[in-house]
Design a protein around this ligand. Sequence first.
Ligand code: NAD
Ligand code: TDX
Length: 332
Amino acid sequence: MADLLVTGGAGFIGSNFVHHVVEHTDLGVTVLDKLTYAASRESIDELPSDRVELVEGDITDATLVDKLFSDHGSVVHFAAESHNDNSLHDPSPFIQTNIVGTFTLLEAARKHDVRLHHVSTDEVYGDLDLDDPKRFTEDTPYQPSSPYSASKAGSDHLVRAWVRSFGVRATISNCSNNYGPWQHIEKFIPRMITNLIDGVPPKVYGDGLNVRDWIHADDHSSAVLRILEQGRIGETYLIGADGERNNLQVVKALLAAFGRNEDDIEFVTDRPGHDRRYAIESGKLRSELGWSPRFQDFEAGLADTVAWYRSHEDWWRPHKQATEAFYAAKGQ
Ligand code: NAD
Ligand code: TDX
């Protein structure tokens, strides 16, 4: 019996988390993943087979979930539809996976008294104004803007209700924007890096002044592991690494890394309902659980990420054309 079940462990952050667990603990891991377009077997293929097992399946499959929960003491739940632009195009899989899927896991956690950590996003809090000195805290009211963030907010509410009504042993974390290896090229940073590799200008939505609070996926992983091991049941922890940058700053850093003119940017159609700014105050996690991020220098982490995409072209190249066709149809 493996110790830990990780849903979505073949996706971007889930696979980084599985690597982190293999490197920093003795735990055995079962990955439950539907292997959607966003997943990649390659991301976990090279991990030792006596430590990591992949089960291909859907978190909305109650029979499969029940069986896996009867065999595992702890679950970390990453599986989700994760891309805002896709949720504006077709919200349906977001409701199914993010809400019905989380419900399915909660029912199994209740039945088998399994410890569950639910991975969520800062987008549940809506957005902040650019000149607002405030950052999100665990007490910020929920005000999601997109079908994606609304579905994640719904899943968070379900987890809290199952803790309070049924005594499920769960914790929640809400993290800011991640970057690092294995991120699908539909997302901002890998899309811009792979454009630049192809000699195509970065495509920035709207005026490019939208702010995201960047954290390396390995720091997100160390925080989740810490919460799983030491977090208080029923509590929510915000995860962030003080990485606020606007999109133009990120793109200019990438242009510099490629030795290109910093004005070589294409401004494209804005995202409907585009959140202006996210910013995380992670004091509770740091003071209560003693966590701190390892990647303190965003520009250095970005340079590592550029190098990773340069050396993993075989992995992303087959998806580039279809990804760009999706955006081109929307003027992006
Ligand atoms: P991702 O899209 O890269 O990976 C999601 C994974 O879930 C994929 O492997 C996919 O196959 C799997 N999956 C999807 N539907 C499934 C289903 N029905 N059953 C089983 N597996 C399914 O996403 P990500 O960026 O790695 O995000 C992981 C989690 O972290 C999500 O819950 C997301 O909301 C949260 N999060 C992401 C970020 C970010 O910046 N990417 C920030 C904060 C929180
Ligand atoms: O081509 C682009 N051009 C652009 O300007 C893309 C793809 C994005 N953007 C902008 C939109 C956002 O302001 O870049 C910013 C980041 O965009 P995404 O990578 O799509 O991330 P975001 O919408 O902020 O959501 C991410 O962080 C929170 C993850 O995708 C979510 O899963 C997570 O919950």
